[in-house]
Ligand binder design. Sequence first.
Ligand SMILES: NC(=O)c1ccc[n+]([C@@H]2O[C@H](COP(=O)([O-])OP(=O)(O)OC[C@H]3O[C@@H](n4cnc5c(N)ncnc54)[C@H](OP(=O)(O)O)[C@@H]3O)[C@@H](O)[C@H]2O)c1
Length: 312
Amino acid sequence: MPLRVVVAGATGVVGKRLLPLLRERGHHVTALARRTDRFDEPSADEVVAADLLDPDALRAELRSAAPDVVVDQSSAFSAADRQEALQRTAKLRERGTKNLLDAAVTAGARRFIGQGMTALYRPQGHDVLEEDSPLWTDAPGTWGEVVRAFASMEEELFTRSGIEGVSLRYGALYGPDTQFAPGGDVHARVVGSELPLVGDGVGLTSFTHVDDAAGVVLEVLEGGDPGAYNVVDNEPAESNEWLPAYARMAGAPAPVTLTSEQASSQLDWLTVHQLTEQRGASNFRLRETIGWKPTWPSWREGFASMFGLWPA
Ligand SMILES: NC(=O)c1ccc[n+]([C@@H]2O[C@H](COP(=O)([O-])OP(=O)(O)OC[C@H]3O[C@@H](n4cnc5c(N)ncnc54)[C@H](OP(=O)(O)O)[C@@H]3O)[C@@H](O)[C@H]2O)c1
């Protein structure tokens, strides 16, 4: 049955892929972002401008959109300064998503689909982690602020009465327009030999192609129990595996190797953590409960397609 769907963050990397998918399925789509001039027409049935940090404007817009489902794909990771990007994202999750949830409840929406991240799990052992694994809320520095903001957002989503809350915990997003694509931050760092291997490079990353990040929303618009779902491919990869492969496909120099001591004086804490101790995530829950399968089951083909080395 066609639904009325509001998509916040509709001009972002995932949001703009999601709009046409929703409309192809016959849903009525209201696209929301701070500015309306970034939209390609006719990507939505309605386009509205509101800041997630402005609760009154949000309430008014959602009341008139009268959604069945609200999807939050907003994010602020694209700020030029990485520290600032983390802080703005934490604020957006802590306050913006809650404002949107309040507005969704007031407007009578049945379900709210938010955006989480698998990078937030506390690293432990050598396992690939499932949704019940604890989030790393006492992580150091700004990363700790980010984890606590997402944890608090999910807590609100899962406990708010009168609405079902779903959190899609994405892995590292790659594909067109992302930080991994030519022109993106990761690409620039690899091409400039600024992203080295550290020590034995056993930090795991789970990847998510942006098409899968958008496509999974269709599956949970109505289906699946409320709660958290890891949305990742089937192949968590150690940095000593994906980083040299990425550099090869990007035509970049092979990454250099630093010792842990060298890395901690040359790189930021978060990068070292991701390369050396981060854990990957399992997509078992999504596969078992709603039969979801990634269209890009491995980052190997996904990266290759991003560089035009694999048929689309
Ligand atoms: N899990 C992950 O690994 C992960 C997750 C997210 C992003 N990323 C990476 O980060 C890069 C940047 O992605 P991004 O998603 O941050 O940026 P983005 O693709 O530019 O999307 C951000 C979206 O959020 C909206 N937004 C931001 N602040 C808002 C506010 N206060 N109120 C209303 N809407 C707001 C933006 O709308 P406006 O038009 O109003 O700016 C835009 O639609 C991506 O290339 C991706 O690689 C990774």
